[in-house]
Design a protein. Structure first.
Lengths: 70, 357
């Protein structure tokens, strides 16, 4: 398990953070996502053997936001 | 039973609008989150247009939460039978704090600078996770758009901290019942009465705004900004601050002609007469003799507005005036040049006594 910070600058309101966090239900290998609208970032705890940065960024994009590794 | 009916009708008539003036900002802040969300969804789902922001549910949640909070407050007031009303200084601090919060939120919505994001209320993670999963039926971000339920519920409950003048009068009645159940029922009836006006005004406002779609966000931000500034100004009035807006424009020295709609006895500098009316205090400037104790007679005549809750911050005076009658307030001798401000308990109506004779 690793913890990684991603910048998500286009979150618009606190609801967006909730929506970004919903990727933890979509992607196997993600233990927890903690997104903060205030900080414009999310902290993802995930299993590197099951999921990688690109998959996480793609899942966030599917939810409507642009993420990049911090 | 009759007193509950009176409480309901009071809420339906004077209470609704008076409370909307004071608490409308919180409702607007609550709706702002929902509107942001809906406009965002309209933007991300190309080809789909949101007919209008789905504001009925958050308004209903806000009002329901408010109803529950006030019913509990009525219960506590009746149970304790002791004075639980917040004094004017605490209320002033609350109003200024809430005002700053609202102005900050408006600047955040205008996207002035990321620093204003600190004013966003972020629900605790365990609650957002619970709501998300409940809304999605289990999982999958695209199955159903989530709704932010926490914010309107939280803000609705917060209104208990900023009761308007009419509400405070009703709280005093709940206190006087000396019974938890009666106190709860009274506040329930009153707040229920205020709800239709709240709902109607808030809902119609959002429907009109929805036509403007992307401009509506800015419209909401402007409303929140104005209400925030009004709230700060009310707080400043309540502590008698010379920074309050009314003091910038009020002629300080000249005695104003009698503006009272009902005839008042002539003030002679030692015995002063002030009319507390539904739309404010008249005359707004009273001239008094310095260096001698004076008597202020505050006259009400079928006054139902928050002007009834009369405050002189400098003296620590806070009087709930009768609907019709005269309350005499002794004022100790003041040095020449003193400007003593008075206000209603929510800082909406103001005036001053100038000791210059």
């Amino acid at each position: 398990m690793v913890k990684k910070v991603f910048r998500v600058n286009d979150m618009h309101c606190p609801n967006c953070a909730m929506r970004v966090e919903s990727i933890e239900d979509d992607l196997p290998g993600i233990k927890q996502v903690s997104a903060s609208y205030r900080k414009g970032q999310m902290v993802v705890e995930f299993d590197e053997s099951k999921v990688d940065d690109a998959a996480i960024i793609a899942a966030v994009k599917k939810a409507g936001y642009l993420a990049e590794a911090a | 039973m009759e007193q509950y009916l009176v409480a309901f009708i009071t809420g339906l008539t004077t209470g609704g609008l008076s409370c909307l003036a004071v608490q409308g900002g919180l409702l607007a802040s609550s709706l702002a989150h929902q509107i942001e969300q809906d406009i965002l969804e309209a933007g991300t789902q190309k080809g789909k247009r949101v007919a209008h922001p789905k504001t009925a549910l958050p308004i209903a949640l806000f009002l329901l939460s408010k109803l529950v909070a006030y019913t509990i407050l009525g219960f506590l007031l009746g149970l304790l039978g002791s004075v639980l009303t917040l004094n004017s200084t605490v209320r002033a601090i609350l109003l200024i704090g809430i005002g700053i919060f609202m102005v900050g939120n408006a600047l955040r919505m205008f996207n002035v600078h990321p620093i204003f994001r600190i004013f966003a209320i972020e629900s605790p993670k365990f609650i957002t996770r619970y709501i998300r999963r409940a809304a999605n039926g289990k999982g999958g971000s695209q199955t159903r758009p989530h709704r932010d339920w926490f914010t309107p519920i939280f803000l609705g409950a917060l209104t208990v901290l900023i009761p308007c003048g009419v509400t405070q009068a009703m709280m005093a009645v709940a206190l006087a019942t000396g019974s938890p159940l009666q106190g709860a029922a009274l506040m329930f009836a009153f707040v229920l009465g205020t709800s239709p006006v709240f709902f109607l005004v808030a809902y119609l406002t959002t429907r009109i705004g929805a036509r403007l779609e992307k401009w509506f966000m800015r419209f909401v931000a402007v409303v929140v900004l104005v209400l925030g500034l009004v709230s700060v100004n009310s707080g400043l009035n309540l502590v008698g601050s010379p920074l309050a807006l009314a003091n910038w424009f009020r002629p300080a020295e000249t005695a104003q002609p009698a503006l009272a709609s009902s005839p008042l006895p002539q003030s002679d500098g030692v015995t002063l007469y002030l009319s507390a009316e539904n739309d404010g205090y008249y005359p707004q400037v009273l001239n008094a003799k310095s260096g001698t104790a004076v008597t202020l007679n505050v006259v009400t005549n079928r006054t139902f507005s928050c002007a009834r809750d009369f405050v002189i911050p400098a003296l620590g005076v806070e009087e709930l005036l009768p609907e019709t009658g005269t309350v005499t307030i002794p004022i100790p001798a003041q040095p020449a040049g003193t400007v003593m401000r008075f206000t209603c308990s929510m800082g909406m109506y103001t005036g001053e006594i100038v000791f210059d004779q």
